[in-house]
Design a protein around this ligand. Structure first.
Ligand SMILES: Cc1ncc(COP(=O)(O)O)c(C=O)c1O
Length: 392
């Protein structure tokens, strides 16, 4: 008789199960479904990355085990990118660690910092891995704090109680699912809060490079005092449309990074060297005219899609505001988001109910504009139909 460890039973039910079943059923009946559900970019990685990858495949020793902490050239590429992008100086040996995507890093921060029964402060709504993969799977307890629309989805630290055995605070800007960006005040307050309460700040900056117009998201490491408490997690996934390559990086406090390397040495054997080569090439050429032009063009397209969706949703009476960063639109639908999503599915559009990100998301739906512009327009035409049905 096989029985799972108790911690698996503590994971909340899989919110997407019902929807997945419904979606499969529609596909079986031949309904053409437009998915605005998962945050996986349809756009391709820039050519310089795929070329670097194929070149690397022919190199000697490329087939061997990589270092789980990251090859030296990759850690150096990350440190150089941080210097140019944020004017933050990092020691590639002691303050940078490669990750198998940021999700792995976030989950392993839990293993590194939390003892069984410890607590982690987690925003609501949030990317579910903070509460689940990082905290519950470390036999620790998530304590949620709200991100409210009236505060532009910024935390109010004066209202957060730090219970005994709280060790870790997760924060994520540009934010999934709300699309909110951090104010300078939020990052300063987060750093002060963590330093004052002896917490580790795990700052998820996975969307730092998906921003529009002149807005450039910051790094918390730019703030005085941040290095004494912070691990910042980032990734090539959304930066370069490399989600399937699985490569990210953690930077920050030397002791935290050293600990991450220790955990990782027991868990993974590193990211394939050809992937690390491709990612190093991308980071190394990030500020070159050609690559930055290509990335800007991608962002222009994402912005256009967001605007099409915003206008469509406004036409059916919903309030929608285009975000300054991320490819998500977080919309208060004025009813249970899961019910709204079921109606969307019936007209062939998939979106994510806000409750998938926490109780505070109950009346929301998250749309991810990871489909070509013409499909977004088609999705909007379909969405307009459900409103007609509702008012009929
Ligand atoms: C906020 C946030 N952090 C981290 C991740 C994980 O990304 P990856 O593991 O591909 O770097 C995601 C993925 O959607 C995300 O939305």
């Amino acid at each position: 008789m096989i029985s799972y460890a108790d911690r698996l039973g503590k994971l909340p039910p899989y919110v997407f199960a019902d929807l997945e079943r419904l979606q499969l059923d529609l596909a079986r009946r031949g309904v053409d479904v437009i998915s605005l559900g998962i945050g996986d970019p349809d756009l391709l990685p820039p050519r310089i990355i795929t070329e670097s990858l194929t070149d690397a495949l022919n190199e000697r020793d490329i087939n061997n085990y990589p270092s789980s902490a990251g090859e030296e050239y990759f850690r150096k590429a990350v440190a150089e990118w941080y210097k140019k992008r944020f004017d933050v100086t990092l020691d590639p040996e002691r303050e940078v660690c490669a990750l198998v995507g940021s999700k792995e890093g976030l989950a392993n921060v839990g293993r590194l910092i939390l003892n069984p029964g410890d607590k982690a402060l987690v925003p609501d709504p949030a990317y579910p891995v903070y509460a689940q993969g990082a905290t519950i799977l470390s036999d620790a307890i998530p304590t949620v704090f709200p991100l409210n629309a009236e505060d532009d989805f910024q935390p109010d630290f004066s209202k957060i109680t730090v219970a005994e055995r709280t060790k870790l605070l997760f924060l994520n800007y540009p934010n999934n699912p709300t699309g909110a960006v951090a104010t300078e005040r939020t990052i300063e307050a987060a750093v002060d809060f963590c330093n004052n309460h002896g917490l580790v700040l795990c700052y998820d900056n996975a969307y730092s490079e998906v921003s529009f117009d002149s807005y450039r998201p910051p790094s918390p490491l730019q703030i005085d005092g941040a290095t004494s408490c912070t691990i910042e997690i980032n990734s090539c996934s959304k930066m370069f449309n490399m989600t399937g390559y699985r490569i990210g990086f953690a930077v920050g406090h030397e002791k935290i990074i050293t600990g991450m390397k220790k955990v990782k040495a027991q868990v993974d054997s590193g990211i394939p060297k050809f992937i690390q080569k491709a990612a190093s090439t991308a980071l190394g050429h990030y500020f070159d005219d050609e690559l930055s032009k290509e990335l800007r063009e991608n962002h222009r397209e994402v912005k256009e899609r967001l605007d099409i969706l915003v206008n469509g949703l406004r036409k059916i009476g919903l309030t929608a505001t285009p975000p300054k960063a991320t490819f998500y639109l977080w919309v208060n639908v004025g009813m249970d988001g899961a019910q709204f999503v079921k109606q969307l599915l019936k007209v062939g559009v998939v979106a994510t109910p806000g409750s998938a990100f926490g109780k505070n998301g109950t009346n929301y739906v998250r749309f991810s504009v990871t489909q070509p512009t013409d499909k977004i327009s088609k999705a909007v035409e379909r969405i307009e139909k459900i409103e007609l049905k509702q008012t009929a």
